[in-house]
Design a protein around this ligand. Sequence first.
Ligand code: F6P
Length: 341
Amino acid sequence: MKIGILTGGGDCPGLNPVIRAIVRKAILEGDEVLGLRYGWKGLIDKETIPLDVHSVSGILHRGGTILGTSRTNPYKKEGDSQKAIANFKELGLDALITIGGEDTLGAATKLYKDGLNTVGVPKTIDNDLGATDFTFGFDTAINIVTECLDRLHTTAESHNRVMVVEVMGRHAGWIAAYSGIAGGADYILIPEIAIDIEEVCQSIKKRHDRGKDFSIVVVAEGAFFKNENVALQEKKLDAFGHVRLGGIGHTLGKMVEQKTGYETRVTVLGHIQRGGTPSAFDRVLGTRFGAKAYDLVKSGTFGRMASLKGNKIVDVPLEEATAELKTLDMSVYDIAKIFFG
Ligand code: F6P
């Protein structure tokens, strides 16, 4: 078989372990693998790179993706999806493994329905894809944020300050809640619940009243104030129509300082959360997903996605992954709340 692989959307630690597993297993079975550069763009423009044992050597621990990525939407420009299907045939591909998040897998679902033999692998640091318990990249991101929170604790404590830390996650509070619990945050704000600024400030004051002169507040980039819109960095949309988030941390920091009178500093962690070497968990999960995706292709089981359910790797319909956003499990937030104030 000749199998194509592409990585689309934001990069994420663990992409290279997936690519490596697919290539190594395919080669063991005597199959050929072709990488498509920069997500769907590679299929539309026929920008490819052959993948063999040498090209995937030494990439297990490397962040990002050796294939490059982009947020190209094959259904945005007239004729692009037809071009993608025609190029799939011209390149002599039997199957395509699509590694991506909501947008990339959404496009894969449409292309599958339009006749493309594809299987999916779920990727995102946000952990907001349905039909899988966890996506790779999430574990690395929360470990990075946790380390940052540990570091911010010591400086917050030394200066008696409130530290507001803005984290990624789009419209789901997974990164905020998990890293906030692991990093001992004193308040965590998530997109699933509108921010009540009075409540946040009262909680910080209560903490100070019982002798704690510093506080750490984690805020998800997609969180928003009651009766107000999300604080936007700029009203720019990507090819899939998503608005760029970010900026809530600074707005919140100013309000906390004004209302509590405590000196406040803001840290926006940004792309630090997505860069660098994947955690051991993400390397293993990516490897397991890659091997599963190859098995699905080999057995001709298209329109499916590799998924983690409990500790088992299973396959689910591709369209289930993007049917609805997987927001934070509120039982996790209930645990976080024990430590507020
Ligand atoms: O989806 C992953 C993610 O890192 C989000 O958490 C964040 O909102 C977005 O991508 C940032 O996108 P970009 O890299 O295009 O700025």
